[in-house]
Ligand binder design. Structure first.
Ligand code: SF4
Length: 336
């Protein structure tokens, strides 16, 4: 998994828990369609079990998100369990508008990282977040977190997330950056990273096209002799949606490719069954998608999550071209 084996896996996997669908905001771009009216929430017991299973699954990174995770009633218990899990690096993803002094102290005590989303200058942020004053509230939340010691050393990373054509983002898809603008953004981020080297990491969400072309194992387990990772089966990211559905790799993946449901058993058991019984179908989806999209992709950054999610809704599960079925690291340059 990182699940090469369930007995001694490396801790390179990620678990993303969408604790609930409810959010106090209704942001224009939300790929989760978070809203105050959403009712889905994960039951605490299976959430704690999933955190407990991280070590066995080779998961070293945990994201707690939503909806708005600060609205999850049992968040203190979740943070406590995450803090007690050995080798787990936990991040809470929040809009920070509801962050109180109590939350800040809780986060500081748990050692969790804080991921706060900002869309731009105050006016733009408020427009995008569909709430006047959202920027000021988020700023206040960050201030409290800083005072409690969570961000005492300042921000460690600034990460740029281009708009995804998922969830409510579909309705504003025509506002996405075109490829030349993405390329320009990548250069600006690179300059920023250089300027703040050693103090602030700067990056963009998505995969590098050059890397994906050289290493298809970023998209599927290429399993080739030239593969630098030498992994036979793998789920890099396990996502538990707010309704309990567990999917591999992409939050908005079609449920036809689900690993299972959080109420169906322990995560270790469900993942193990998925690898034995359903993994090949998912692997074929990844290979088919790679073959269809990557050769013609014309931007430096590949939003693989979005591409895979969209592709998973395609009913056509036809055969994968041989050249790509067998493509492995360093072997498919001929495609281009
Ligand atoms: S704050 Fe996050 S979860 Fe809530 S609506 Fe905005 S993007 Fe969605």
């Amino acid at each position: 998994m990182p699940v090469a084996s369930l007995t001694e896996p490396p801790r390179t996997g990620t678990l993303m828990l969408h604790l609930l669908g409810k959010c106090n905001l209704t942001c224009a771009h939300c790929y989760m369609k978070g809203a105050p009216t959403r009712r889905e929430r994960l039951p605490l017991g299976p959430v704690l079990d999933a955190i407990d299973d991280c070590a066995t699954l080779g998961v070293g990174t945990l994201y707690l998100t939503g909806g708005e995770p600060l609205m999850y009633r049992d968040l203190p218990a979740v943070l406590e369990a995450a803090a007690a899990a050995p080798g787990l690096n936990t991040t809470l993803c929040t809009n920070a508008t509801l962050l109180t002094d109590r939350h800040a102290r809780l986060l500081a005590a748990s050692g969790a990282n804080l991921n706060v989303s900002i869309d731009g200058r105050p006016d733009y942020h408020d427009w995008f977040r569909r709430q006047r004053g959202a920027f000021a509230k988020a700023e206040n939340g960050v201030r409290l977190a800083t005072a409690s010691g969570v961000l005492a050393a300042g921000a460690e990373t600034v990460r740029f997330q281009p708009l995804l054509r998922l969830g409510r983002g579909v309705e504003m898809a025509d506002e996405r950056l075109v490829s030349a603008e993405i390329d320009q953004l990548v250069m600006q981020i690179s300059d920023l990273a250089h300027r703040h080297r050693g103090r602030l990491a700067c990056n963009i969400v998505g995969q590098s096209l050059r890397y994906m072309l050289a290493h298809p194992c970023a998209a599927y387990v290429c399993n080739g002799n030239g593969c630098h990772r030498r992994i036979a089966r793998e789920i890099k990211k396990i996502i538990v949606r707010e309704n309990g559905t567990i999917v591999p790799e992409a939050t908005n993946l079609d449920p036809r490719y689900a690993i299972g449901h959080i109420n169906d058993g322990r995560l270790t058991t469900l993942v193990s069954r998925f690898l034995d019984e359903d993994y090949d179908r998912f692997d074929a989806l990844c290979r088919r998608t790679y073959a269809k999209v990557l050769p013609d992709w014309d931007t430096a950054v590949v939003p693989w999550d979005q591409i895979l999610a969209e592709s998973s809704r395609d009913q056509d599960e036809s055969a994968v071209p041989d050249a790509v079925v067998n493509g492995s690291c360093g072997s498919i340059g001929a495609m281009h």
